[in-house]
Unconditional design. Structure first.
Length: 115
């Protein structure tokens, strides 16, 4: 539910929409199930996600140069969507984990891209 609502916002967002719709067009039929597994694993430790998001985002960075503003907008939309739909321990955990993931990716991707 959060994943679908979040990505509906992303698709129409002025900052993130062009990335997902034009610069690196996303196949939503394959992307969304991966995101379901990712977030289920992040929150509930299901073990259903085995990918490497850092590798994928480094690849994207080499193609289009992701900006700090895009990372910041991603976390803003994620938190907004989570707050609109849920409250409680798991909602807080999702936002904390999302912030941590975004911070690590932002730092590694933007720092390594400058080298």
């Amino acid at each position: 539910m959060v994943v679908n609502a979040f990505y509906e916002k992303v698709k129409t967002d002025d900052i993130l929409g062009p990335v997902f719709n034009v610069l690196i067009p996303v196949n939503w039929d394959t992307h969304l199930p991966v995101m379901y597994q990712f977030w289920e694993n992040i929150i509930f430790h299901t073990g259903s996600y085995t990918g490497n998001p850092m590798t994928l985002h480094k690849y994207i960075q080499n193609k289009i140069s992701i900006s700090a503003d895009q990372f910041d907008r991603w976390i803003q939309l994620f938190n907004q969507t989570t707050d609109e739909l849920f409250e409680g321990k798991n909602a807080s955990l999702a936002k904390q984990r999302a912030a941590g993931i975004a911070a690590v990716m932002k730092h590694k991707i933007l720092t390594e891209h400058k080298d």
